[in-house]
Design a protein around this ligand. Structure first.
Ligand SMILES: Cc1ncc(COP(=O)(O)O)c(C=O)c1O
Length: 426
């Protein structure tokens, strides 16, 4: 009989890996206190404001604006950056939908640039070729919490006068040259959705060091109202609105209600206390896996450049080479691995530009796209590295798996090594 569990052999492990979310009695009490106080909204409560301050400080930004989710955070950041109809914004295709749809929602055009084969982050070598006179911003996504090559991206942005809005939705605690992710470009955007390493069930936040951008984001998330400084003034071009601002029925910008609730903020403040310790553990386990998995033929962990000084590890990624597994496709490898007790994901099944939404440019009537860009055809976009990652190369382990023990990591390595050894049978 085969030794592989998929054919009836003994699995490497049967014990489950750590589950997500992690929560404590203190988290429950923090939320219960808010419920019992009856103060559930940040317009009267203080917790969302406290979370803005605490998270901005944790990440290393001057300001934070707490929001409903990361999708909204991206859109408001682009609005605040002044992205306009017809502008082009460079985005990677290996990311969640919102990185690109936030651009469309601003009536601007997402331009997909391929990823680096060793990091799955935006490849800075390809950016300049995609720049046109209409390009006005870049959204680097620090995928899985691994810093993009911001040195090169900043240099390109400076040369072409482009804005940088970092999609740091996986970046809590991650660092580039010891600078917090999301604190390098004009603005950074975070998500606290349920799968995320820091979660309030849902939630988002914009970081910035620029007081004027902060005030605009603050306004956009709160119905276009303007919050005066303690001395009654407003920064930058908002100064024109000083008279009359500060009133609940005085609306100046095209804002909406995108405020985080006090319950979300309470949960996030409580969880933030253990994020550093959890990140330390994820990093230590990820480094161990990097070393051990690299020794298995056909498995290549991602490259961690020296500038990525801290990786938040929203996922643990590695590359699967079918040729070194007897030509077996990734799905067979994953099924065999699962039978051994290790669940991994193939990740995104297609590049973002292959979604029907983009192929059909199904953006009208919600945006001004109905009659614009008739020649733009996303079916002509080709990002071969991303396509290869999606088609059969990428493998994701969840961040919760990385909260396991060293013994758990040994089981992962043993399971992958076993499947490799008997690859011909899967
Ligand atoms: C890279 C990236 N950007 C943006 C988002 C959007 O965040 P949210 O789900 O909080 O709207 C996500 C969430 O999955 C993400 O992974």
């Amino acid at each position: 009989m085969s030794k592989l569990a998929i054919h009836g052999g003994k699995p490497v492990r049967t014990k489950p890996f750590p589950r997500w979310p992690v929560f404590t009695e203190a988290d429950a009490q923090a939320v219960a206190r808010v419920v019992l106080s009856g103060v559930w909204c940040c317009t009267t409560g203080k917790l969302a404001g406290q979370f803005e301050e605490a998270f901005a400080k944790f990440q290393g930004a001057r300001y934070g604006v707490a929001l409903t989710n990361g999708t909204t955070a991206l859109r408001l950041a682009l609005m605040a950056a002044g992205i306009e109809e017809g502008d082009e914004v460079i985005v990677p295709p290996y990311t969640f939908l919102a990185t690109a749809t936030a651009v469309v929602e601003c009536n601007a055009v997402p331009v997909f640039v391929d990823i680096d084969p060793d990091t799955y982050n935006l490849d800075p070598r390809l950016i300049e070729a995609a720049i046109t006179p209409r390009t006005c911003a870049i959204i680097p996504v620090h995928f899985a919490g691994l810093a993009c090559d911001m040195g090169r991206i900043l240099a390109i942005a400076k040369k072409h006068k482009l804005k940088i809005i970092e999609d740091a939705c996986h970046g809590w605690g991650g660092r580039w040259k010891n600078k917090g992710l999301g604190c390098i470009g004009e603005m950074g955007v975070f998500s606290f959705q349920a799968s995320k390493n820091l979660t309030g069930g849902e939630g988002g936040l914009i970081t910035t060091d620029n007081e004027e951008l902060y005030a605009i984001c603050q306004s956009l998330h709160n119905g276009g109202r303007l919050k005066l400084r303690p001395d009654g003034t407003l920064p930058g071009r908002l100064a024109a609105y000083e008279k009359g601002a500060g009133n609940w029925y005085a609306h100046f910008l095209l804002g909406g209600n995108h405020r985080m609730t006090e319950m979300q903020a309470a949960l996030l403040l409580s969880q933030l206390k253990r994020l550093k310790k959890q990140t330390d553990r994820r990093e230590a386990n990820a480094h161990y896996l990097d070393r051990e998995l690299a020794a298995i033929p056909g498995i290549r962990p991602m490259r961690q450049d020296a500038f990525a000084t801290r990786v938040s590890r929203h996922l643990y990624l590695f590359r699967y080479d079918a040729a070194r597994f007897g030509g077996q496709p990734r799905q067979k490898f994953l099924a065999a691995l699962k039978a051994e007790g290790v669940t991994a994901s193939p990740g995104y099944p297609m590049p973002l530009y292959r979604q029907p939404l983009f192929l059909e440019k199904n953006f009208a009537p919600y945006t001004g796209w109905k009659h614009s860009h008739p020649d733009l055809d996303y079916s002509r976009v080709s990002c071969p590295v991303c396509e290869k990652a999606c088609a059969g190369e990428a493998v994701w382990l969840s961040q919760a798996t990385l909260l396991g023990t060293r013994h758990d990591m040994d089981d992962i390595v043993a399971a992958v090594a076993k499947v490799q050894q008997y690859a011909a049978e899967i």
